[in-house]
Design a protein around this ligand. Structure first.
Ligand code: ATP
Length: 471
């Protein structure tokens, strides 16, 4: 898909809504920003937490073979030497000889004559250099080479170096996996597309260890496990995140394009407004990492199988998920506009038109799930009843692990609906005069429940509210 004006337009609207409603702000904004960094506001944090909780539940809590870790971001520099990052974690960089702007050369399209020119000024480009993307720092007061450390460019290595710790302390049997959620840092040459390509990002990763002597296609073999996670990744995007199947595509990475240690890689791509781009990756990393760390550290990272009496280095399947790219996929898929036509004026004036913007989040990821309003802020009977319902929902839903219930009495009701639509709240519950004055003996008091996607309201008995709200 080519970037069209319309799609650029959608991205601008999403960026603006994300800021206006407290999802995502430019990093260090009051100082003019810092390229490749963004800050998450209250709604963004809630959305991210929901994504991470759903992921942790599916891949760690609901399983018996997965172990969580939270490793330090700063690691001994030898980790990155052994993993190959010091030598090879780089992108091809070119500099324009005229304007001196720098670009990732594999992102520049060649012209008709096959040559590449500066995308900014059309100038001639200098020779291609390899640019290492790790952020380098010094640990402690010394500035010598021995004090060098790096902000981790992936969470994966934090798991490989803890593989033996978990094995020794919890004694899991193969196959088993380690899982981690955390920040990673990449000094991208050209951060772009809002939170798609960041310099500070968050990952959710699994290193799943298998016995290489088990037949690859049998239960526990690498192909079997690879396919299992492939399915789980689709289930996560569809069932947990509510992303449409039609927008998620698999790309089998060809032999020459894979990382040297990978025997198979599938990229999961998503149809973003700016094109089809990588959302997640799934790789078969063989025994590369554990073997490298065994050799470099001098610590034996082999595994002894008590049943077969075999000793070997486990092989590894790695499903890797970017949190920020997930947030962007959800936001861009959820963004909807609807034209609402007003009534034709008395004197035949044209009907007014208003655009209703709403985020069609799946209730599972929505930061606010139910908002409760008194119709009017200055009528104590309405406020009191609305507060009572709010407390009831918070208590009942909280008890089953559902959070994100909001009480809102700001501005008029129209404004409140508009805000809740824009932050993707699936249900708005309003206490009005009918709630207080028209109480049916059988059903008891009623409220209105407004559905975000259709903008329609329905009267529901308070006693049936929990049944009516599908979360
Ligand atoms: P790309 O080819 O887009 O640079 P990659 O193949 O280098 O990505 P991996 O190293 O496989 O990415 O990282 C695993 C996941 O981390 C990616 O699938 C993506 O979701 C996320 N990710 C990687 N780089 C970034 C980034 N700069 N900003 C945001 N998320 C990222």
């Amino acid at each position: 898909m080519k970037t069209t004006e319309k799609n650029t337009d959608v991205m601008e609207k999403i960026v603006s809504l994300a800021k206006r409603r407290g999802f995502i702000y430019q990093g260090s904004e009051i100082y003019g920003g810092l390229a490749g960094t963004y800050d998450f506001g209250p709604l963004g944090v809630a959305l991210k937490n929901n994504i991470k909780t759903l992921w942790w539940k599916r891949f760690v809590e609901d399983r018996e073979d997965m172990y969580g870790v939270d490793a330090a971001i700063l690691m001994n520099q030898n980790v990155w030497k052994a993993s190959g990052h010091v030598g090879g974690f780089s992108d091809p960089l070119v500099e324009c000889k005229k304007c001196h702007h720098r670009f990732r050369s594999d992102h520049i399209e060649a012209g008709k004559d096959g040559s590449k020119k500066c995308p900014d000024c059309g100038g001639e480009l200098g020779p291609e250099k390899q640019f290492n993307m790790m952020f380098k720092t010094h640990v402690g007061a010394s500035e010598g080479d021995e004090a060098i450390s790096y902000l981790r460019p992936e969470t994966a290595q934090g798991m490989f170096v803890n593989y033996k710790n978990v094995l020794d302390s919890l004694h899991p049997k193969l196959p088993f996996g380690l899982a981690q959620i955390g920040k990673a840092f990449r000094n991208e040459i050209a951060p772009r597309d809002f939170i798609f390509r960041l310099r500070e990002l968050e990952q959710m990763e699994i290193e799943y260890f298998v016995n290489p002597n088990v037949d690859a296609d049998k239960e526990g073999g690498w192909k079997y496990v690879f396919n299992h996670f492939r399915e789980q990744m689709h289930d996560f995007t569809e069932q947990d995140l509510g992303l449409p199947k039609a927008k998620v595509h698999e790309l089998e990475v060809a032999d020459g394009d894979r990382a040297h240690y990978s025997k198979r890689t599938i990229d999961f791509e998503f149809d973003y407004p700016f094109g089809r781009k990588e959302l997640y990756g799934l790789a078969y990393r063989t025994d590369f990492d554990l073997r490298q760390h065994s050799t470099a550290s001098g610590t034996d990272l082999s595994y002894f199988d008590e049943e077969t009496k075999e000793r070997f280095i486990p092989h590894c399947i790695e499903p890797s998920f970017g949190v920020d790219r997930t947030v962007l996929a959800i936001l861009s898929d959820a963004y909807h506009e609807e034209i609402i036509k007003g009534e034709v004026g008395k004197d035949g004036e044209a009907a007014t038109e208003e655009t209703r913007v709403y985020l069609k989040f799946s209730p599972k990821v929505a930061p606010i799930k139910v908002a409760v309003f008194p119709l009017l802020k200055n009528k104590p009977v309405l406020v009191e009843k609305a507060r009572e319902i709010y407390a009831m929902l918070k208590k009942e839903l909280g008890a089953i692990g559902i959070h994100g219930i909001e009480f809102d009495d700001n501005g008029n009701i129209g404004k409140r609906y508009r805000r809740q639509d824009e932050i993707g709240t699936p249900y708005c519950v309003t206490v009005d005069f009918e709630t207080i004055e028209k109480v049916d003996e059988k059903t008891g008091p009623t409220v209105t429940v407004r559905d975000r996607d259709f903008g329609k309201q329905e009267r529901v008995a308070i006693k049936d509210l929990l049944k009516r709200i599908k979360l």
